[in-house]
Ligand binder design. Structure first.
Ligand code: ZN
Length: 90
């Protein structure tokens, strides 16, 4: 479980090459998953942190994950690279 990386947008574990996002030149991006980042840009660039929280929560609930795990994942989101620099929006 060492060196486990997580998508810096949605906190999904990037434990398989298949899950990695891609750059314009086809190279893998090791910071974001393919659901967040493809061809060198975010799939949904206008998404806000709150929207991502909702999405992650909904997805994890669908997968019947433990509520403790869900809240931990949601609480991790603001510390991820994509969201850290985002200014708080009203
Ligand atoms: Zn992601």
């Amino acid at each position: 479980m060492k060196n486990k990386t997580f998508c810096q947008s949605c906190s999904m574990p990037l434990d398989s090459e298949d899950l990695l996002g891609t750059e314009k030149n086809g190279a893998k991006n090791h910071e974001y998953c393919k659901y967040c980042y493809q061809d060198g840009s975010f799939i949904n660039p206008a998404m806000t942190l709150d929207e991502m929280k909702e999405l992650v929560k909904t997805q994890m609930q669908k997968m019947k994950m433990d509520s403790g795990l869900i809240s931990r994942a949601v609480n991790t989101l603001p510390t991820l690279k994509r969201w850290k620099k985002e200014k708080v929006m009203a």
